[in-house]
Design a protein around this ligand. Structure first.
Ligand code: ADP
Ligand code: MG
Ligand code: MG
Length: 722
């Protein structure tokens, strides 16, 4: 998250009393910002990742690993450099929910050159080293999605005990002590307390235990009548998980809306591919991902809102937690796939429409505003709605969905952005960089090939649940849109080119190594020297190949209030007409392998589409090599040749000599698992099933752009400060 402003949080009673005030002004602020910024054009592609980390402390004598409650102290040191030189640092560090967590981002967003893809992994490595320098020998910074024994006895260092009976405790959890909540800013404890109070009881997170031959039932703490449930009772169990997010800037609001929509159906797909969290509170569970855990961990809906009691005090029954998959599309093409009734206050919606906001955006914002504020600071209550956006941001930033549509902040050079939020954090920088680069490349392919992934929201919701099942990446199938003829034609061309290339390669070196030749136009000479004079096209937003999209003249594409979309302002878009497909065949159940690697006559595959796109780009040899490593890794994981982190973790537990076939991840198993993870991230431990035979990342990532390319960058204006 962005830098947190200091302030004094109001009590829950005060906050609750101001809910309508925040709503009223938040909506006004959105209307005003929309009119100020809707015509903003021509922003270049910028993008950046966020990786969250857990600080682990090892006790090598006792063979115990714990989370180290050191975030506040580490952040004070990490932020010193930024304070001294805000524009010169290579990384930025922010607090996260856990007192054992930190979030790192690049110092500046990456830009629109292909060479930027080569910086990501090196920057992630730098971040890890930067933290490691501040740690004691027995501590380690890890990008693991969940600490396996989070909430199990004595999981923190220093030791802290939960105080469920203490009325002053924020969480009142049986398992998660308040000391494990980041103490350096009141936001986190305030949210914890207010979410619990709004709901009227502690949050309740239920996970089915993985039933092994000797699993003891009921599981410790299981709710009555649900003996096979691992029950978690605090916000920290979800918000204390780590994830991998990325944000990118679109050229204008229309492009941002389109990318938001096109990426939404890919969220469950990427969740399944990045699954990395099968263990909770020391138990193996049936789930591979954090999503439902985090969703339930901040579910502040009352019984009435959850449909468990008739509506009396509350206005609506609400289908989902404020942390969940998106509920509606924003682009005109997406409108017809909004098949799930959207809950919103008609008056709020009307105000937005009367304020000049089109139907799709108005319903999106009105839907965000069904939530009450759960954290309000006294200094922020009274605001100037023409300039400030804090009340809007208050609600926006506590609607934690798979995608986030981000308007430009007030008085900044930042444009309309979209955030991609489903991915789980991976163990190594290599994997995290691969995922980030893959998704950013996908956005470029979507724009230049006008790809269409739109799938009914109900099916995306279904996919979200499927994605979290044990080994979904290899075993499950997902609703996916069959591609149209035009996409197939493009793909066929791509496949032909790829085949020709493979043949050429086989002739030159007999093995599948694309270093320095292959995909890059213009420098396919096998040289591995990235310093030569190379010309790179910038990765543009608003590709010229797009019919009327993002061409600098369109804006706010939808109008009317009747729910029908007005596609004409976007021009005809061949891939957005389904006439050559039978409607009932349009959505098919595909495996992750088929989605990423292709299925004949159905879908060319995400990776082949990216490869085809790359052929039209000029890429320096090092970047090319790096991207190729990432794509291969993703292809192999999708094909099941490599396993997900979640599957690997399960295997580690099941094959541990101390494991007693009882689903329990003991202190010792946890310790050995984390030690092994430490070995992997440091490149000392080879895990063929997870990362292949190679010892460590073979990419050519570096933390600077070669001078020749820098000249190009300056010419393209990609280096301007944010
Ligand atoms: P959040 O509110 O989601 O935590 P942040 O403001 O911390 O988001 O930024 C998230 C990511 O966005 C970072 O990786 C950062 O580098 C990147 N970023 C910053 N400015 C821009 C921009 N103008 N366009 C795209 N991404 C940006
Ligand atoms: Mg964050
Ligand atoms: Mg974020």
């Amino acid at each position: 998250m962005g830098l947190l402003s200091e302030g004094s949080p109001l009590s829950w009673e005060e906050t609750k009393a101001l809910a309508d005030h925040v709503r009223e002004h938040g909506v006004n602020q959105f209307i005003n910002l929309y009119h100020r910024l809707k015509d903003r054009q021509g922003d270049i592609l910028k993008w950046g990742d966020e990786v969250e980390y857990i600080i682990v402390k090892f006790d090598d004598d006792q063979k115990v690993a714990r989370v180290a409650l050191r975030a506040q102290d580490l952040l004070a040191q990490l932020n010193e450099k930024e304070l001294a030189d805000p524009n010169g640092v290579k990384s930025l560090w922010r607090p996260e929910y856990g007192a054992y967590m930190i979030e790192g981002t690049p110092g500046k967003p990456f830009g629109g050159l292909m060479a930027h893809f080569n910086l990501v992994e090196a920057n992630m490595r730098y971040r890890r080293e930067e933290v490691t320098e501040l740690l004691a020998k027995d501590e380690c910074v890890m990008s693991i999605t969940n600490f396996p024994r989070l909430g199990a006895p004595n999981f923190t260092y220093p030791l802290a005990q939960p105080r469920p009976e203490d009325p002053l405790s924020s969480a009142r959890s049986l398992y998660f002590p308040d000391e494990a909540i980041f103490p350096g800013h009141p936001r986190f404890k305030t949210l914890t307390r207010n979410i619990r109070k709004r709901r009227g009881e502690k949050v309740s997170i239920k996970l089915k235990v993985f039933k092994d031959t000797k699993t003891k039932l009921p599981v410790e703490g299981a709710p009555p009548g649900e003996p096979d449930v691992v029950l978690l009772d605090a916000m920290g169990f979800g918000m204390g998980c780590c994830c991998l997010q990325l944000t990118f800037q679109a050229c204008n609001i229309t492009e941002a809306r389109r990318l938001y929509d096109q990426l939404a159906p890919l969220c469950p797909i990427m969740l399944a591919l990045t699954a990395a969290s099968p263990i909770y509170r020391g138990y193996l569970t049936e789930s591979d991902c954090r999503w439902n855990v985090i969703s339930s961990s901040v579910d502040c809906r009352t019984e009435e809102e959850r449909g468990l009691a008739p509506l009396d005090q509350q206005k609506f029954k609400i289908a989902k937690s404020r942390y969940d998959s998106i509920d509606s599309y924003l682009s005109p093409e997406g409108a017809k796939y909004n098949d799930v009734p959207l809950t919103y206050d008609e008056k709020v919606y009307q105000r937005l429409v009367e304020g000049g906001i089109d139907h799709l955006l108005a319903q999106h914002v009105a839907h965000l505003f069904i939530r009450d504020t759960v954290s309000l600071f006294s200094e922020k209550v009274h605001q100037n709605d023409n300039e400030d956006t804090d009340h809007f941001e208050n609600i926006q930033s506590t609607n934690w969905q798979t995608m986030r549509f981000k308007p430009p902040p007030p008085n900044s050079s930042i444009g309309w952005r979209v955030e991609f939020r489903p991915c789980e954090a991976q163990i190594s920088d290599f994997e995290n960089a691969a995922i980030v680069c893959f998704v950013v490349l996908l956005t470029r392919v979507i724009l230049s090939y006008q790809l269409n992934f739109l799938t009914p929201i109900s099916k995306v919701d279904e996919n979200m649940q499927t994605a979290q099942k044990r080994d979904a990446c290899r075993k499950e199938k997902f609703w996916f849109r069959k591609s149209s003829k035009t996409t197939e034609q493009r793909a066929a061309k791509a496949q032909k080119q790829a085949q020709a290339q493979a043949q050429a390669q086989a002739q030159t070196n007999g093995k599948a190594n694309l270093n320095g030749n292959g995909l890059a136009n213009g420098n396919g000479n096998g040289s591995e020297n990235g310093d030569q004079e190379e010309q790179q096209q910038p990765l543009t937003n608003g590709s010229a190949k797009m019919n009327g999209h993002g061409n600098g003249t369109t804006n706010g594409t939808t109008n009317g209030t009747n729910g029908s979309s007005n596609g004409s302002s976007n021009g005809a878009d061949s891939d957005h007409t389904d006439t050559d497909d039978e409607e009932n065949e349009l959505f098919q159940l595909l495996s992750i392998n088929e989605i990423f690697n292709g299925k004949p006559n159905v879908f060319p595959g995400l990776v082949p589409l990216i490869r085809s796109y790359l052929q039209s780009m000029e890429v320096d040899t090092d970047t090319h090599c790096t991207i190729e490593q990432y794509l291969r890794f993703i292809q192999k994981r999708a094909a099941g040749e490599l396993i997900t982190t979640a599957t690997w973790m399960r295997e580690q537990v099941l094959s541990h000599p101390d494991y007693k076939q009882d689903s329990v991840v003991s202190e010792r198993i946890n310790y050995d698992l984390l030690k092994r993870i430490q070995g992997i991230q440091e490149g000392k431990q080879v895990e063929p099933a997870l990362l292949g035979q190679d010892y460590h990342s073979k990419t050519k990532t570096k933390d600077f752009i070669p001078p020749a390319l820098q000249k190009q960058l300056a010419k393209n204006g990609c280096c301007e400060e944010k």
